[in-house]
Design a protein around this ligand. Sequence first.
Ligand code: GLC
Ligand code: CA
Length: 571
Amino acid sequence: MFKGWIATGALALCCMAAPLAETQQKPVDAEGHQWWQHAVFYEVYPRSFADSNNDGIGDLNGIASKMDYLKDLGVDAVWITPCFPSPQVDFGYDVSNYEAIDPMYGTMKDFDHLVAEAKKRNIRVLMDFVVNHSSDQHKWFQDSKSSKTAEHRDWYIWRDGKGNEPPNNWLSTFGLSAWKLDPKTNQYYYHYFYPEQPDLNWRNPAVEKAMLDVTRFWYKRGVAGFRLDAVDTLFEDPKLTDNPVLPGKDKFGRPNMDEKYNKKLPEVHDVMRKLRSTADEYGSVLIGETWTSNVSELKDYYGEKNDELQMPMDLMMTGFKGLSADQYRKHIGAVDAAGHWPVYVITNHDIVRSYTRYADGVHNDDIAKMMAALYLTLRGTVVMYYGEEIGMENNDPKSKDEVQDPIGKLGWPLEKGRDGERTPMQWNDSANAGFSKVKPWLPVPATYETHNVVSEQKDGNSVLSFYRQLLALRHKEPALLEGNYVALNESDPNVLTYVRRYKDEAILVVLNMSATEQKAQFDLSPLGFSSPRLSILLTSFHKPLTGMTDALPMEPYSVFMAKISPTSAGK
Ligand code: GLC
Ligand code: CA
């Protein structure tokens, strides 16, 4: 089946050529792709990345000091979760001023410095735009609640109660009723998240204008785009129809609800289009926090005329239980066939870390490498989460009094909150994993002694070394950048196999998603390769590949990637 094997030599990192401003709206390849289609995005949670002033909390100068690390890893764009002034009730997702930097993270000068340091290395900086709600400490809300006739009254959603009850049965995702009574004017305001996060009224044109202006403010400062927070909840039914109550209770003990009247209303798409046309004025890119239940919903976020989000994240894969080649194959096939540019994610600051979710206690690092190879070799863009590349695991609070995230306080012990996936980046094996000289705001897990940047840089078989090689290939290989996704062996329950194909270039990716060794066989002749030659690009094998006959021995949870070339001139 295979003609021969050639191991390839060292992998070179690709370099972008032209200066940033010039390339921003220009295609970067013959296919007309934009820069973000070739980019690797990396989410930074600023509280936890690097603490430059040793107060236990990460900051912008900390991030700026790690730009060489990010460049070397193969990152092209960083999305920084909110670093605006905030009372930190939801750790920055409660913004009290959209056009400033929280002193805890630094100054506007530090922000400009960060953007400049990034730019020197051809790395773009994206911010997080909390579109659904502000903090209750924002001056807009302070004015809004001051009287029924205040200038900003209608910037939020105020309604009379029903007797002593809230206006309807809508629930806050972080608590009980989504309505809070304000005694001053004896009306309720609506908050889908915490009461300290009142929902903005996007039906008010003044809100829309102010928010679009916020994006312009940052684009002018060199921000390359935004990740849009919680877009599903931008609109509510103006008639306040009760949501249908479903059988059963959720983990907070509340009745299950079909949130049809306060989530994913069609008006959301009007706002996406407006945010997009504003982004287009500056050649910027929009990533969406798009929680969808199927591929069709995900498709909608690109816009009927491709005029909404360039990068709605496919967050569906993060909900898959266990590792099933079949489940991933079906999902990837459907996303890929949907006709848009996919955006894959395996973890973020709201979800248990991928390392922990997939770990089996035996092959943890192998699984981390396998999942990396899975989502980093697909057609599309990826959004990584800091620490994923070193195999960081969750470090959940051990008792309720350790919990910082209010969700954990509310839902303990069934819901421990999101602290576990937000712990400090593990830079080395010194105290606090080298994140800070003082006790950090969240504790690092014990595994920092082995899973940290410095130790893993020295180990050619570490998760980090694997990510670096993978990202280098992803930047260099035309088949990975441009190629179609072609599934092979579609009935194999254990091994996920596919080819990325672009013109004469083809790369075979073989992933053993099972805990036992598998013999992989594949027929490449339908792709026009009757007697192919495979040159190994990357594997995660522990043992050298020897004694190959007609099947490829795949170690448990292993990765095999090879370039396919025809042996003869005929293709
Ligand atoms: C998004 C954020 C999450 C935050 C919520 C409310 O889901 O990712 O961290 O708590 O929005 O802003
Ligand atoms: Ca700090």
